[in-house]
Design a protein around this ligand. Structure first.
Ligand code: NOJ
Length: 738
């Protein structure tokens, strides 16, 4: 199959993951039969998702139909047996868990997976996660997170696929397919839960749980497309987000949950709240109390309440008082039961208690995870220090050199760090390389420079130094936002100390977000960046450093120079006064300069207007050259497909993989349009000296957007396009749409 990815590629997969028609009608009949037998309390029980309390009693009395965070297969079976054999109707439980980037075998965090630009590999990773998690009895994962994130201060940027709607949509659909397999009934499938619907990544100032301001068109054009793509790929469930948009919390937002999700997108799966997001509508000031929150949530379309106990506490009286029609509760229960039937839980409720031990960390799982870690590594700088050649004595230093727990990243609570191979361990296994190790710092926040002199002295004795820097796992993820994105603690000082040894210095950063590393770039000859790479990260890094593998990852998010530049993302609208390149920066401004001397354009006096690294950027050990892009015609009709071609040549001395990216700009619209938008990408592997023509097929329909009147359509006019190795380079060409 040709590996060019775009929205249309996703649309072609429409229907995958859903059962066939006759099986579905059979399920519908079983749902109706069961629903007819249920008391109101039993219905409400199916809408109550909990992970604590007297679980056995809740299950036995039908007060909870789904549990999460139970991952011991024996306990899963014990609770399931109570549901099936002791509750009045014997409805099986659904067990959920945050399986975010693997279960036992950990893949790179999602942001790292996005850096591969390889959805087929990402899909295989989700399949591995599903096989391992289902072996423990989990059949529902709260993943993938499809929140567009333009702000690396937000700790949860780690959990998503970056700033771009096209990349996030492609990766989200791949994750859904991987988790759910071809058929939800397969006991190794997990029901995916796309989250957080919607706009959570736009938290003001990057502070988690903060309010968002997303104009309606922006919501449609940037934040919702990945969710729509994942729904079309068959996502079984959706989780509402904590945030409010323009004053309306998602858990109580009928426009999002009814109009867009159900009516427009025809979603027929189930909607769950986030943890207590129903109750938090009281704190938002959107609901008077928990009872009011329960009323608003169920009427808006939130079907399962995660951990608020709002439905279990108040739904009965809301139905009895007529404030909530019982038919609304019935619809919610239908979606829950339908999911349980689709998963085959009625036929196959139990898990083989020995399966997990036999399945986890299987060699083929580790191999797939390693491929993913390899492809996720982004080479940001290389003055020739990499790959290491003629290096016999290598000094390894830095707080991330041997930190299994931190290398695993956020959401790693089912993984045993004992299985994680650190770079130190992996490098020690490389034949012919003598490793000396001086930690330098104990952990990433460590401020002590006590070992720095020792590091400098050891660096002098070595042929080269690799400094492992970054973030502890705990510095990113939920509720872990930062306002300062420099390397924490004394890490920059450690790099400088290594530099003082006078030998080539290679920095390897492992983090949960793009950090502001501009000043550190000056203190190294090469820099390899990985978003926490998981179980096999150390082996992958050793292969990359020694040249057994060639880096090819690309930034899935813009790297700002300073936190003060944020928000900074490549697909922004143009301003009326874009920077033109002759702006005068802070240190160049003459004394008593005239008011307009720096240039009246959009830039910062102290950091200009460009990022440190743009979206889509990443180097290789070889070099690539792009020919001028061309399209097959000058003008296209609305139903036609634009065929774009470009010649890519490997101009260096080794084979390598390049992520070829197609960007388009709609030059004039009924509203201001982004300066560039990713419309397709393809991973191309070329031998040294080889050239190939890369072809993208872009249906004109993919140029549609929600314009002035908020309807989605393609607006005729001129378009510019680029085929390039990142979002900031390339030769432009143009076409027209009639
Ligand atoms: C809160 C998080 O926002 C969500 O992503 C997660 O799935 C739930 N907690 C359950 O752990």
């Amino acid at each position: 199959m040709k590996r060019t990815f775009s929205f249309v590629w996703i649309l072609a997969l429409l229907g995958l993951g859903s059962c066939n028609h006759s099986a579905e009608s059979k399920i519908d009949r079983r749902v109706e039969t069961l629903l007819a037998e249920m008391t109101l309390d039993e219905k409400i029980g199916q809408l109550n998702l909990v992970d604590s309390g007297d679980l056995e009693e809740l299950v036995r009395t039908g007060k909870s139909g789904a549990l999460f965070n139970v991952v011991d297969p024996a306990r899963v079976n014990r609770l399931q047996r109570i549901a099936v054999e002791e509750s009045r109707l014997g409805i099986p439980l659904l067990f959920g868990r945050d399986v975010i980037h693997g279960f036992h075998t950990l893949f790179p965090i999602p942001l790292g997976q996005a850096a591969t630009f390889d959805p087929q590999l990402v899909e295989q990773g989700a399949r591995v996660a599903a096989v391992e998690a289902s072996a423990a009895g989990v059949r529902w994962t709260f993943s993938p997170m499809l929140d567009i994130a333009r702000d690396p201060r937000w700790g949860r940027i780690a959990e998503g696929y970056g700033e771009d709607p096209c990349l996030t949509a492609v990766m989200g659909a791949a994750m859904v397919r991987g988790y759910q397999g071809g058929d939800l009934r397969n006991p190794t499938s997990l029901a995916a839960c796309i989250k957080h619907f919607a706009g959570y990544g736009a938290a003001e100032g990057g502070r988690d749980y903060n309010t968002t301001k997303i104009p309606a068109r922006e919501l449609r054009n940037f934040y919702l497309p990945p969710f729509e793509a994942a729904v079309r790929a068959g996502a079984a469930t959706v989780m509402t987000s904590f945030n409010e948009i323009d004053g309306v919390p998602s858990t109580g937002n009928p426009e999002l949950l009814h109009e867009i999700l159900r009516e427009e997108w025809q979603f027929d799966g189930m909607v769950v709240s986030d943890w207590n997001s129903l109750g938090e509508m009281v704190a938002h000031g959107f609901a008077a109390d928990k009872r009011d929150a329960a009323r608003k949530a169920i009427l808006a379309g939130t079907e399962i309440d995660m951990m608020t106990f709002g439905y279990s506490g108040h739904l009965r009286e809301l139905v009895e008082s007529g404030e909530v029609p019982e038919s609304v509760v019935d619809d919610a229960v239908r979606h829950v039961l339908r999911l349980k039937f689709r998963l085959g839980l009625f036929e196959n409720p139990y898990v083989d208690e020995g399966l997990s031990a036999r399945t986890s960390y299987a060699p083929e799982h580790l191999a797939t995870a390693k491929r993913c870690a390899l492809e996720s590594a982004i080479l940001l700088k290389n003055d020739g220090a990499l790959p290491l050649s003629r290096v016999r004595n290598l000094l390894v230093t830095g707080p991330l050199a041997d930190a299994a727990h931190d290398q695993n990243g956020t959401w790693s609570f089912d993984a045993d760090p004992g299985h994680t191979v650190t770079p130190l361990t992996a490098l020690r296994r490389v034949e012919g390389l003598h490793i000396s190790y001086v930690p330098g710092l104990k952990y990433s926040r460590d401020r002590s420079s006590a070992e720095f002199a020792h590091v400098t002295a050891a660096a002098r004795r070595a042929d080269a130094v690799v400094v492992f820097l970054g973030e502890e796992a705990i510095l990113s993820g939920e509720a872990h936002s930062l306002s300062d994105l420099h390397l924490a603690g004394a890490q920059s000082g450690l790099l400088a100390a290594a530099r003082a040894g006078g030998k080539p210095v290679i920095a390897v950063v492992m983090a949960g977000r793009p950090l502001t590393i501009e000043r550190d770039l000056a203190n190294c000859d090469a820099l390899l960046y990985l978003f926490h790479p998981g179980t096999t990260g150390g082996e992958a890094i050793a292969d990359l450093l020694t040249g057994r593998a060639v880096p090819g990852g690309k930034t899935p998010v813009t790297f700002p120079r300073t936190a003060g530049q944020i928000p900074m993302y490549y697909n922004h609208n143009n301003t009326g006064r874009p920077a033109v390149g002759n702006e005068i920066l802070l240190d160049e401004i003459p004394l008593r300069a005239g008011q307009t001397s720096p240039g009246c354009t959009s830039f910062y006096l102290d950091s200009g207007w460009e990022p440190l690294f743009p979206f889509g950027y990443g180097l290789s050990y070889t070099t690539f050259a792009y020919g001028a892009p061309r399209c097959d015609r000058e003008t296209y009709g609305p139903e036609e497909t634009i065929v774009v071609e470009c010649t890519l040549s490997n101009t260096g001395r080794c084979a390598g993989t390049e992520v070829v990216q197609l960007y388009v700009q709609d030059l004039t619209g009924s509203i201001a349009r982004p300066v560039k938008e990713l419309k397709g990408f393809e991973r191309v592997t070329l031998d040294a000296g080889e050239s190939r023509t890369v072809t993208f097929r872009l249906p004109v329909e993919e140029l549609a957007f929600h314009g002035f009147d908020l309807t989605r359509r393609v607006e005729p006019g001129r378009f510019r396009f680029w085929v390039a190795g990142d979002s900031a380079s390339g030769t432009p060409a143009e076409f027209e749409v009639r």
